[in-house]
Design a protein around this ligand. Structure first.
Ligand code: COA
Length: 144
């Protein structure tokens, strides 16, 4: 089940982020902000009553940006990432967006594979963009 995030999810979402050591971390404050009706919104994939993953989308029509997709390490490769991505695309369409962009580390093979499998293409690169010295790939998808 993919549903809107709510304040009671925050501890679980912080734990999910912490489970991936290399991932840029969002603060509690930022998570709260995404639940307060601004341009960025967050959805949770719930399994067995727990947050098993989440995704975030910033909407500025006609473009949207995927700002984060995370799945609990023990639940990867079971379609959750793809399901979260589909929900984000649906939300982007509902908001009147025709283009979705995102930024991902060139070393993040799983995420790149997920995005490519959904039809994203690399449209740019920012050299040495991340703290670990890796490049950022800019990817984008035109929504059908
Ligand atoms: C990237 C991430 C969200 C993928 O989530 P997931 O639930 O495993 O993805 P899915 O099971 O829906 O995979 C969908 C498709 O993506 C591709 N894919 C995902 N992980 C892959 C991997 N490790 N190797 C190769 N292909 C992969 C495959 O094409 C897969 O389809 P298939 O399983 O039918 O072959 C997850 O690995 C994760 O949370 N990583 C850490 C956080 C992160 O780096 N997020 C992205 C940056 S914001």
């Amino acid at each position: 089940m993919i549903r809107d995030a709510r304040p009671g999810d925050i501890d679980g979402l912080l734990a999910l982020q912490a489970a991936w050591p290399g991932l840029p971390k969002w603060s509690r404050t930022h998570l709260v902000e995404t639940m307060s009706g601004g341009r960025e919104r967050l959805w949770v994939a719930e399994e067995d009553g727990q947050a098993a993953g989440f995704g975030a989308l910033r909407v500025v029509p006609p473009e949207a940006e995927i700002t984060l997709v995370v799945v609990e390490p023990g639940r990867v490769r079971r379609g959750l990432g793809r399901a979260i991505l589909s929900r984000l695309h649906e939300a982007a369409r509902e908001a009147g967006c025709s283009l979705v962009g995102l930024e991902v580390s060139a070393t993040n093979r799983s995420a790149i594979a997920l995005y490519e499998s959904a039809g994203y293409r690399v449209v740019g690169r920012r050299p040495k963009y991340y703290h670990d010295g890796s490049d950022a790939l800019l990817m984008s998808l035109r929504l059908a």
